[in-house]
Ligand binder design. Structure first.
Ligand SMILES: C[S@@+](CC[C@H](N)C(=O)[O-])C[C@H]1O[C@@H](n2cnc3c(N)ncnc32)[C@H](O)[C@@H]1O
Length: 180
């Protein structure tokens, strides 16, 4: 989130619009809304969306949400920021070119994407849990050919999902700007 805040003054419009792909319970979405972004959150899970909506209402923050499956979701309108944390591994490899193409088309020129995906961990594949279908190392950056890559890094972190054997995950995180 910090990187988007830092880049805010470079975004084409103010207040900026932001699309959160996989908003979950709206943790990040609400933070962006509190900072003045015009936000739209997408998720497959109605329960998570409703929790986010209730929390936003309690806080007096305006958010918009849509229940949709990212495997077929095509955004309406154009956004200054497309953000996704921990979700895009739900896209099977054969859908990724089309889905990323749609998300990129729905971004204004000069807008940014700040997204991350799971890649095989430091010790190879990790036990199956909710992390979905990992990307090949470098695949995410390759999907942003023709964009300005502002940041690209790997993040390793421990996972104790549902009390299973402790293991580690690796995320590839990218921040990129649309050039034209
Ligand atoms: C690990 S959570 C991340 C939530 C949030 N971005 C965060 O950082 O707290 C993954 C989210 O992806 C959503 N999700 C999984 N598959 C999806 C799909 N095919 N379409 C839309 N959302 C999906 C889940 O419902 C869940 O809320």
């Amino acid at each position: 989130m910090g990187h988007i805040q830092r880049l805010r003054r470079t975004l084409p419009r103010d207040p900026p619009s932001l699309l959160d792909l996989g908003m979950g319970r709206g943790r990040d979405l609400i933070c962006f809304a509190r900072r003045g972004f015009r936000v739209l959150g997408v998720d497959l899970a109605s329960e998570a969306i409703e929790k986010g909506e209730r929390r936003a209402e309690r806080l007096g923050v305006a958010i918009r949400t849509v229940r949709a499956d990212l495997r077929s979701y095509r955004p309406r309108g154009r956004f200054d920021v497309v953000y996704s944390n921990g979700t895009l591994s739900c896209l099977p490899p054969e859908l990724r070119a089309a889905r990323f193409g749609d998300f990129q088309s729905a971004t204004v020129r000069g807008g940014i994407h700040a997204v991350n995906v799971f890649v095989p961990g430091p010790r190879g594949p990790s036990p199956p849990d909710e992390q979905g279908l990992p990307y090949r190392p470098g695949e995410l950056a390759n999907r942003y050919a023709g964009w300005e890559i502002l940041e690209s890094r790997e993040i390793d972190f421990p996972c104790h999902y549902r009390g299973g054997a402790p293991h580690r995950h690796r995320l590839e995180a990218l921040v990129a700007r649309k050039l034209d």
